[in-house]
Design a protein around this ligand. Structure first.
Ligand SMILES: N[C@@H](CCC[C@H](N)C(=O)O)C(=O)O
Length: 269
């Protein structure tokens, strides 16, 4: 099975061309390839599939095999994957996801390959902040849907947080029946935010595109930042803009191919 390893701000996935053939048991494949010791090593698996509603369809699986509705860093890499491999010659590409059809604007580098992508991430749904208790401590979280679930919370000293210890308590909290991605945020100033993320199904990752959009939406809704800001994650910076006219969030960031390879899979399934 031919695969491409790609990353957006260090949020890395194994990408498969499933336009003609899809391997069996994608959740099991996702668990196997994601393993950083016994597999390729990634935050999950992304399949590029045919679509009846859009140019392509993206299916994304977390490292634990669960299927996510949407992946912001992943969909930028899907744009690079389809353009750089000659699967399309368009620089405006539509991609069907479980959170609806998203439109990508591809930016080309001097080598003629995709270097960065802006994605229309659609309209966020920001809920009222609520208090929840995790491991005996009370936190105020703002639930936000970007098609997938997020819980945004503000803390000083996010660098010192032990996310593997506290993250699972948020992910599996009873107030999030579908589990949740959790963003731990510091507001630097009105146009600069910092965050770390504990992702549903993958644990701490270096970046989360839908998470950065959720953070901007929650923080701007609370009047604590502008509608356009830079969000700094462990793996780098995303530019996020919440358009006043259409209510959609636009995310801009890099997309990088790391390497290609072959993974033995199929005959033992
Ligand atoms: N890293 C992604 C989000 C991946 C899916 C998420 N873990 C979920 O289960 O919702 C991003 O860049 O948005």
């Amino acid at each position: 099975m031919r695969f491409t390893k790609m990353e957006g701000l260090g949020n890395d996935y194994v990408y498969l061309n499933c336009l003609e053939r899809t391997p069996p048991d994608l959740p099991e494949l996702a668990r196997r390839v994601s393993d950083r010791h016994f597999g390729v090593g990634s935050d999950g698996l992304i399949c590029v599939c045919p679509s009846e509603q859009a140019d392509f369809r993206m299916r994304m699986f977390n490292a634990d095999g669960s299927e996510g509705e949407m992946c912001g860093n992943g969909i930028r890499c899907v744009g690079k994957f389809v353009y750089d491999k000659g699967l399309t010659d368009k620089t405006t590409v539509s991609v069907e996801t479980k959170a609806g059809v998203k439109v990508l604007e591809l930016q080309l580098g001097a080598d003629g390959l995709v270097s960065a992508v802006t994605v229309d991430m659609g309209a966020p749904a920001v809920e009222k902040p609520r208090d929840i208790t995790v491991d005996g401590r009370s936190y105020t979280v703002t639930p936000v849907s970007m098609g997938n679930p997020h819980a945004v919370l503000y803390l000083e000293g996010i660098d010192g947080l032990d996310l593997p210890k506290i993250g699972p308590g948020f992910e599996h909290h009873p107030s999030f029946p579908n589990r949740t991605n959790t963003e731990f945020v510091e507001v630097t100033d009105r146009t600069h935010l910092r965050m770390r993320v504990w992702e549903r199904g993958s644990g701490e990752t270096l970046a989360c595109g839908t998470g950065a959009c959720a953070v901007l939406a929650a923080t701007a809704s609370a009047g604590r930042c502008e509608r356009s800001a830079e969000v700094a994650l462990l793996g780098g910076v995303l530019r996020i803009r919440w358009d006043e006219a259409d209510g959609h969030i636009y995310m801009t960031g890099p997309a990088v191919t790391v390497f290609e390879g072959d993974y033995p899979y199929g005959s033992d399934q």
